[in-house]
Design a protein around this ligand. Sequence first.
Ligand code: HEM
Ligand SMILES: N[C@@H](CC(=O)c1ccccc1NC=O)C(=O)O
Length: 495
Amino acid sequence: MSSEIPIPVLQDYGLTGKTGFLPGEFPVTELSDPYYGKWESVVRILPSLLLSKRIRMVVDKLPQLEVKPSLLENTAQLRRAYSVLCFIANAYVWGYDEPLDTLPDCIAQPLLLISERLGLPPLATYASLILWNYQPIIHDSDLVEDIFDLQNLTTINTFTGGIDESWFYLVSVFFEKNGGQCIDAGLQAIQATRERDSKKLRSLLENMAQGIDQLGSLLMKMEEMCDPHVFYYRIRPYLAGWKNMADAGLPNGVKYGPNGSYHHFAGGSNAQSSLIQALDILLGVEHFAMGHKKPQQEAISAKTASNSFINGMREYMPREHRTFLVHLEQVSTIRDYVLSHKSDEKLTLAYDACLGMLKSFRDKHIQIVSRYVILQANKKPLSGSKSKTYRSGLSKGQGKKEQTGTGGTSLIPFLKQCRDETGSVAASDWGKKMLSTGVLQVQSSSSIVGIRKRPTDDEKLGEIGERKRTKVGLAGDWKSADDDDEIVSRSTGHW
Ligand code: HEM
Ligand SMILES: N[C@@H](CC(=O)c1ccccc1NC=O)C(=O)O
């Protein structure tokens, strides 16, 4: 790490402090060149084509269109083309009871070219489904308070045409938008370490802690309009990729064109979001191979020990975002600065509060995954023949692999390790203790409001099952801290 290396400038990577990893302008909703009209008309009616099981028949009739230089030169149009082709590709492969392992050339060839140009894999990714797939409902900023309000956003395309799927994507869009300011504050915080300005650093870390706290609350909005059953049985199957999918019927992956070659690619996942990885880098959180802790000896290289899934997911991010993360890693000095100023209690508290918020975010995420994947996968079939639908059709192949994420992780152990690694880098002894035993949630680093007993994981699952997940702490509940306790904020009060 060297202070010689300039701090990244968001704009150099196509990012903005206002929108983070989302494009600065709203994504293009339709390719402007009528030459690509047939792609657009297929994706427009994708839900109906899937419902009537005609997607393959229709796509097979599409002409082989060339990727014009005018398309390659226009980033917004290129992203739209990528998104359209990814939706069609995943629908083509997963749109029937049995997946098909060969994409026709009319989709495969342009998709290979376009994805290569964007530095992305040729299948539905977080970028195609979330980052470049939203639009405002009301465009006129005179008519709405904030054009970017979650209430004013809708998706451009979905597989199912349903509100649950739109909401599933939109929560992440909103999450990315809100995260932008955390990245901006993080970059300023690095600058503050260079200026050795502890007061400024503390204030920026406090902003970040609040921003990350909001991200956790946003995550819990998922339940407002995305039903777990609909998610698991109707939406999620289309998000799958073609890596480790032998059980689902794709032992070789997918062939790109009848004369092309087979490729294995992981399915869409929020692990492909650059935002959380950027926060980890800024705060010095490291993730290690499953079941491993930070290596003690230098003999084991950091690369060997690091988590290959998380690193691998960078290959599923747009090239510019990937290079931004690499640059960020080279200048990330916040943790070292805080550790070398351990006597500054307010500073260490502000830093530990950021970690606490991030850890709390990951805790909430585990609850979401439990409800949306684990509980659904373990659902007992209803009595009667209709119950078979729980294990047939689109959810086929997931019966045996229900503990696996679309990205291919053994999900709960993986997510728990990510969560625990977040807490383990706390700077203060107090923070270390709290973050290794409980969930720390603070309104801002200067206003920790209380502590209460931490529920066990089993208790949490029970609550989730009964739809009683959120408990708001009452002043009367507070007591002094011991090892099993968590600190909660008045603002969110989530477990
Ligand atoms: C129903 C909603 C969701 C489900 C079922 C879900 C499921 C998962 C699963 C299974 C993984 C493990 C990686 C994989 O195999 O794909 C994962 C990772 C991840 N998810 Fe989610 N997720 C959901 C929503 C979200 C949302 C809305 C966010 C952020 C706003 C998010 C953020 C993350 C992150 C950052 C990771 C990487 C692991 C980490 O850094 O802790 N997820 N998710
Ligand atoms: N990994 C998740 C899927 C997921 O999180 C996801 C997949 C595609 C696009 C966005 C995603 N996350 C959104 O909130 C799963 O295993 O179901």
